[in-house]
Design a protein around this ligand. Structure first.
Ligand code: DC
Length: 222
């Protein structure tokens, strides 16, 4: 048996990581692991238990304790929190904002990284912010996906409108800019491209084109 293939996809929100990650996982027959969902599940646990998000110790205890499940095929990945399906709930604005806050806490990150290494050990397409730099620094292929903030906001808005018809472009752009700031400036594992990552700017490109480029990079390296 060849060693399991690990493909890391990092980048800011709305760069196309989940769509492309799913497509790659499906084509390569690999597990798809969206690590953002794991931080979102912890954020939801923080909200539901009325834990103060500035209490690093309490949030970390929660992050270690909760049971987070990712199940299903790449196209219908479900997220569970202590056995309850929270896939839709974790996409709500309050959870999105909270996930960006609690993901700055080092002990929360350590707990998630440990789970992610375990989940990915049999091979995976894993997306997030620190996969190629921290979680799997020896990943077989590392991608860093970007796009200009305006285009990322357009994409996020289309997703958001599915469950929040009142979402606006201006607010989405403000939110994305604030999350970029938090993700790139946090002290522990800030969003950054690994030195050996393949940089892809998807601005103005069709998903199918980007997918072809990524597949050809995977074929070259695996
Ligand atoms: O990818 P996403 O938007 O679902 O991620 C939600 C939040 O979790 C985001 O603000 C950054 C954080 N995150 C992280 O810090 N590290 C990861 N590997 C994945 C997500």
């Amino acid at each position: 048996m060849p060693p399991p293939l690990i493909i890391a996809i990092d980048g800011p929100s709305g760069a196309g990581k989940s769509t492309l990650g799913r497509m790659l996982a499906r084509s390569l027959g690999l597990l798809y692991i969206d690590t953002g969902s794991m931080y979102r599940a912890v954020a939801l646990a923080v909200i539901e238990s009325s834990t103060n998000e500035t209490d690093d110790v309490a949030v970390s205890v929660l992050a270690e304790k909760v049971d987070i499940g990712l199940a299903g095929d790449p196209d219908s990945l479900r997220v569970t929190l202590d056995g309850r399906d929270v896939s839709d709930r974790v996409r709500d604005d309050d959870v999105t904002n909270m996930s960006s806050i609690i993901s700055t806490i080092p002990a929360v990150r350590r707990a998630m990284v440990q789970r992610q290494r375990e989940l990915g050990k049999r091979g995976a397409v894993m997306n997030g912010r620190d996969i190629g730099t921290v979680v799997f620094p020896d990943a077989d292929v590392k991608f860093f996906l970007t796009a200009v903030p305006e285009e990322r906001a357009e994409r996020r808005l289309a997703e958001e409108r599915e469950h929040n018809p009142a979402a606006t472009y201006d607010q989405t752009l403000v939110d994305i800019t604030e999350r970029d700031r938090r993700d790139t400036t946090r002290a522990d594992s800030p969003l950054a491209a690994a030195a050996d990552a393949i940089m892809i700017d998807s601005t103005g490109q069709a998903i199918a084109e980007v997918f072809q480029r990524m597949m050809s990079e995977v074929e070259k390296r695996s």
